[in-house]
Design a protein around this ligand. Structure first.
Ligand SMILES: NC(=O)C1=CN([C@@H]2O[C@H](COP(=O)(O)OP(=O)(O)OC[C@H]3O[C@@H](n4cnc5c(N)ncnc54)[C@H](O)[C@@H]3O)[C@@H](O)[C@H]2O)C=CC1
Ligand SMILES: NCC(=O)COP(=O)(O)O
Length: 339
C-alpha cells in the first residue's frame, strides 16, 4: 500500500437516514472538535439538499481526494461515487441501494490506493440493501470482502473509553447462535481482538473477558453445555497461546464499573449480549470499529434513525468520535509501517 494520505474517507450512508445530517453537523464542528480533514464519498446533491432543508450554511464542493484536505476548512469536500441518491429524509427507498454501495466501494478503493487514511462509514439500511439483493449481513462482512481475497475474518468491536465489546457471532439469527458459537470462532475472534488492541490501540498486554453463552456461564454445565464444551476450552487454548483471557464469565455481572476495570475488551457470544451494555453506557460516544482488516474502518454506533432524519435532532457525537478514533488508529498504523 502506498504511504497513506491523512484525509479520511467518510461514506454517505443510507440517503434517507441521518447520515447526511450528522455529516453536515460534524463538518460545522470541525474547528471546535479539532476534527481531522475528511471527504464524503457519495452524491454531493444529496448533501446540498439536506443542508438546505436543515437550514445549515455548509458549502458542499466536489473534488478529488487529493484536493480534499485543502478544501476542508472552507467547504465540505465530496468525492463523487457515481449514482445519484434521491430518497427523501425518513423515506427509505430500495433505489438508493446502488448509491449507498458505491459510496462504500469508493471509500475502500481510495484507502487501498493510499488516497485516504481510513474508511469511516455512515449508517446504511440493511433492509434497503437486502431488498436490492445485497448478499452481506452488514458493512462488517462487506468490508472484509472488499479488503482482500480470500476475505479476512472481520471482528466487530464497539469501543468507548468506558467499555469495549466484541460479539463472536455478529449478524445472525439468535436461534443459530448455539450452532455457530464454536471453539474455532471464539479463539480466532479473541486472537484478532488481542492483536488489534495491541498493535492498533497500543495496549501492551490486552486483558480479555470472555462471556458465557448461558445464564451464570452455564452453572458448571447444568444450564447448558456450551460453556463447558466451547468457551472453557477456547479460553484454555488462548491462555496457552499467551493471551490474557478469562472465562467463561457470567455476562450479567460483567458490565458494572468494578468489573469493567478488570479487562480491556469483553467478548460475548452474540450481538445483543454485549452491544446492549455498550450502547446503554455510551450511546453518544461509542464507536463501531472493524478489527482484522488491512485498513482502518470506524463508524458511529447507531443506525439510520429514519424517524429523525431531516429534523435537525440527530446528534453527531458518535460520528465525531468515529472520525477522531479513525485518525488515532490510522496514525498508529502509519507509525508501525514506518517501523
Ligand atoms: N453501521 C450501520 O450501518 C448500522 C446500521 N443500522 C441500521 O439502521 C437501521 C435502524 O436501526 P435501529 O435499530 O432503529 O437503530 P438506530 O440506531 O437507527 O435508532 C435507535 C434509536 O436511537 C435514536 N438515534 C440513533 N442515532 C441517533 C443520533 N445520532 N441522534 C439522536 N438519536 C439517535 C433513533 O432515533 C432511535 O430512537 C436498521 O436498518 C439497521 O440495520 C443499525 C446499526 C448500525
Ligand atoms: N449493531 C451494529 C451494526 O449493526 C453495525 O453493523 P455494520 O453495518 O457496521 O456491520
Amino acid at each position: 500500500m502506498a504511504h497513506p494520505s491523512p484525509v479520511l474517507a467518510l461514506t454517505m450512508g443510507e440517503p434517507a437516514g441521518i447520515g447526511p445530517d450528522i455529516t453536515l453537523a460534524a463538518w460545522l464542528m470541525r474547528e471546535s472538535r479539532a476534527l481531522p480533514p475528511f471527504f464524503v464519498t457519495g452524491d454531493a446533491g444529496l448533501l446540498r439538499r439536506r443542508a438546505e432543508a436543515l437550514g445549515l450554511a455548509v458549502p458542499v464542493q466536489e473534488c478529488t481526494p487529493e484536493d480534499a484536505a485543502a478544501l476542508f476548512p472552507t467547504a465540505l469536500p465530496v468525492v463523487s461515487a457515481g449514482p445519484a441518491a434521491t430518497a427523501a429524509p425518513g423515506q427509505p427507498d430500495t433505489t438508493s441501494a446502488p448509491a449507498a454501495c458505491a459510496a462504500i466501494d469508493s471509500a475502500v478503493a481510495l484507502v487501498k490506493a493510499g488516497r485516504a487514511a481510513a474508511v469511516v462509514t455512515n449508517p446504511i439500511s440493511k433492509a434497503v440493501l437486502y431488498a436490492d439483493g445485497f448478499a452481506f449481513p452488514g458493512h462488517t462482512e462487506y468490508l472484509a470482502y472488499l479488503a482482500a481475497s480470500p476475505a479476512p475474518r472481520p471482528v466487530m468491536m464497539i469501543w468507548s473509553p468506558d467499555l469495549a465489546v466484541v460479539p463472536a457471532t455478529i449478524h445472525v439469527p439468535l436461534a443459530d447462535v448455539p450452532r455457530l458459537f464454536t471453539r474455532e470462532l471464539l479463539i480466532e475472534t479473541a486472537r484478532i481482538t488481542a492483536h488489534d488492541l495491541r498493535h492498533r490501540f497500543g495496549i501492551k498486554a490486552p486483558r480479555l473477558a470472555i462471556c458465557g453463552l448461558n445464564p451464570h456461564a452455564g452453572e458448571d454445565g447444568t444450564l447448558g453445555r456450551e460453556d463447558e464444551d466451547v468457551t472453557r476450552p477456547a479460553v484454555a487454548a488462548l491462555r496457552q497461546a499467551g493471551i490474557d483471557a478469562r472465562g467463561p464469565l457470567p455476562a450479567d455481572t460483567l458490565f458494572h464499573a468494578a468489573a469493567r476495570a478488570t479487562y480491556d475488551a469483553a467478548i460475548g457470544a452474540y450481538h445483543d449480549q454485549v452491544l446492549a451494555p455498550a450502547k446503554a453506557l455510551a450511546f453518544d460516544r461509542a464507536v463501531n470499529v472493524t478489527l482484522g482488516l488491512p485498513f482502518i474502518r470506524t463508524s458511529p454506533d447507531h443506525g439510520t434513525a429514519f424517524a429523525i432524519a431531516g429534523t435537525g435532532r440527530a446528534d453527531p457525537s458518535s460520528l465525531i468520535e468515529a472520525l477522531l478514533l479513525a485518525r488515532r488508529l490510522s496514525e498508529s498504523d502509519a507509525a508501525r509501517a514506518e517501523g
